[in-house]
Design a binder for this molecule. Structure first.
Ligand code: 5GP
Length: 123
C-alpha cells in the first residue's frame, strides 16, 4: 500500500517556507527554528514554530530520544516569541498529531495562539 501522507518523508510546504521559496511572515529565526504567522489565524495572534530541519519529525509521535533537545528548543522559542508578541496575559500552545488530531501539514509545528480570551475545551 502507498505510504500515508503522515509517514511520507517528502518535502513539505514548510520546507519551502524555510527555503524562502514561498513567502511567509517570519517573526523569529535562529539556527534550528523558524516562527511565522499562520495564514488562517484562529486568534488575533496565531503563529507556528517549526524545526528548520524536520529530522524525521513529520509528527510529534515520531519523536525519539534524539529529538529531545530540538523539541525542547521549539518550546523555548514558543514562549520567547509569545512574549515578543505581547501574549503575556496568557496564550495556548497546540500540537496536532495525525488525522484524528486534525494535523494537515506533516512537518512538526507548534501552534501559538492568543490575543483574546480563549475557551476550553477546543472542538
Ligand atoms: P495543522 O492542521 O497541520 O496542525 O496546521 C497547519 C497550519 O498551517 C494551519 O493552521 C494552516 O492555516 C497553516 N498553513 C497552511 N498553509 C500555510 C501557508 O502556506 N502559509 C502559512 N503561513 N501557514 C499555512
Amino acid at each position: 500500500a502507498a505510504a500515508s501522507q503522515a509517514d511520507s518523508d517528502a518535502p513539505t510546504l514548510f520546507d519551502k517556507i524555510v527555503a524562502k521559496q514561498i513567502p511567509a511572515t517570519i517573526i523569529y529565526e535562529d539556527e534550528q527554528a523558524l516562527a511565522f504567522r499562520d495564514i488562517n489565524p484562529q486568534a488575533p495572534v496565531h503563529f507556528l514554530v517549526i524545526p528548520k530541519d524536520r529530522n524525521g519529525l513529520t509528527r510529534l509521535s515520531k519523536m525519539d530520544e534524539s529529538h529531545r533537545a530540538l523539541v525542547g528548543h521549539l518550546m523555548y522559542v514558543a514562549q520567547l516569541v509569545a512574549k515578543q508578541e505581547g501574549l503575556l496575559p496568557g496564550f495556548r500552545v497546540v500540537i496536532n498529531d495525525g488525522p484524528e488530531g486534525c494535523q494537515s501539514v506533516y512537518h512538526l509545528h507548534l501552534h501559538i495562539m492568543g490575543g483574546r480570551q480563549l475557551t476550553w475545551p477546543p472542538g
